[in-house]
Design a protein around this ligand. Structure first.
Ligand code: DGY
Length: 428
């Protein structure tokens, strides 16, 4: 890969990275470390493809939807072809689906991606006719399976669902999860990546304990919800879903029914009201809520800026001040954990590093919610990090060093998305 991309511009390298990670219609996040199709990775990657190959962007979405379950769930991983490079594989999940999939969701960026790809695709009506009903089913799944009491906040039952696996926001709740497993843990990630950049052994014991528990329910949503000792209203997932609902509402006006539009609009109202309750005045940011302990979590993470991305402008100026405070502690924005928090670890996965996809969403939020200067600061930081150190999985906010996997698809996609001249008005 290094040979192929030498001497090319960063844009050519980003495009070459997507092509290199293309497995015939879907894109792996990176070679070996993640050898399958991941849900939210593919949503960002589809937007990246749409900047230079729109038909390929639609393929990405269609192949992800091949993994959708009859009840509407779009799983976190679709195992299109076998690979020994990753644990836990389909033999551990045992979800009994074709193609094999994991049994949990990931942050629902997809409706947002579909709307963006459609905007870049003048002839996209045929694709949308096929995809729109699948999105409707998926959003209904979120509310039925994960908010059975209609509170306006959907629950996350496994840290992997949040995409922010080992965030300190989960520490207290994960302490309730036993470290015993019936599955033998054979981690592969630490043979690809320095263990200092990955979740710890205890984290994996608990991750797999939850998988064992859910497999025992035969992946029944109500049984999983009732059984899980980890049940969080993740501010990241809730904000991303709220934003996706607004994109689905826009799609429904041309591709759906009035009844669907009314249903979506009602959910949006309910979610907005519920998310307002997650504001933490002491930390100046939104936080997640532990639905079992009935308490908001006591740590600020980058996910707490995402209500801006969901169109909630109430605390835009407070969030701008919080960003400034964080910036006074670290040169590179946006660290995934408050850098003044004792749990901040600048190199360890979701406990501190900067992630380009999160930066893109936060910048989009600041830009739309009346803080364009903050959006520019974040986009400039993201561009410099990538251009100076490469298309890494994540970056150290204290040094700017690239960390985790290399030639990473979603980092490539974001680099394409922040290049203004590549964007159609729909993605901008
Ligand atoms: C992993 O295995 O590291 C993933 O984050 C799960 O989605």
């Amino acid at each position: 890969m290094t040979d192929i991309i030498e001497n090319k511009s960063i844009i050519e390298r980003a495009q070459a990275t997507l092509r290199h990670n293309d497995r015939g219609g879907y894109t792996v996040p990176t070679d070996r470390l993640y050898p399958f199709q991941w849900n939210w990775d593919s949503a960002f990657v589809a937007m990246g493809w749409a900047t230079f190959d729109v038909p390929r962007a639609w393929d990405e979405i269609r192949l992800l939807l091949r993994g959708q379950w009859p009840d509407g769930l779009i799983p976190q991983i679709v195992f299109h072809v076998p690979s020994d490079d990753y644990f836990p594989g389909p033999d551990v999940w045992q979800t009994n689906h074709t193609p094999p999939t994991s049994g949990i969701p990931q942050p629902p960026v997809l409706a947002t991606a579909v709307r963006a790809v459609l905007a870049a695709s003048p002839g996209g009506a045929a694709e949308i006719a096929e995809i729109y009903p699948r999105l409707v089913a998926n959003h209904r799944w979120w509310h039925t399976a994960r908010d059975p009491e209609g509170t306006g906040l959907v629950a996350t039952l496994h840290p992997w669902e949040s995409g922010m696996d080992n965030s300190p926001a989960w520490d207290t709740a994960m302490a309730r999860v036993p470290i015993t497993t019936t599955t033998t843990i054979r981690r592969r990630d630490t043979s690809h990546i320095d263990p200092a950049m990955r979740p710890k052994a205890d984290d994996y014991q608990r991750f797999i304990h939850l998988v064992d528990l859910f497999r025992g329910t035969a992946w029944n949503p109500a049984a999983m919800y009732a059984a899980s000792p980890f049940r969080m209203a993740d501010i990241g997932t809730n904000a991303i879903l709220l934003r996706a609902e607004q994109d689905l509402l826009a799609l429904s006006t041309s591709h759906g029914t009035r009844a669907e539009a009314a249903e979506i609009a009602e959910r949006i109202q309910c979610m907005k009201t519920a998310q307002a309750e997650l504001w933490d005045p002491k930390r100046g940011i939104y936080v997640s809520r532990d639905l079992i302990a009935n308490a908001n979590v006591d740590v600020a993470t980058s996910a707490g800026f995402l209500p801006l991305y969901a169109g909630i402008d109430t605390h835009a100026a407070d969030l701008a001040a919080t960003l400034d405070r964080w910036h006074s502690r670290v040169p590179w924005l946006v660290p995934s954990t408050d850098p003044t928090d004792r749990r901040f670890e600048p190199m360890r996965y979701w406990r501190g590093p900067v992630w380009a996809v999160v930066n893109w969403m936060i910048a989009e939020g600041f830009s739309k919610m009346g803080q364009p200067g903050k959006a520019t600061t974040i986009i400039e930081a993201t561009r410099t990090l990538i251009d100076q150190t490469g298309l890494s999985e994540y970056f150290d906010p204290t040094t700017g060093a690239g960390l985790g996997g290399e030639t990473f698809s979603w980092t490539a996609a974001i680099r394409l998305l922040i290049e203004p001249q590549l964007l159609s008005p729909g993605i901008r």
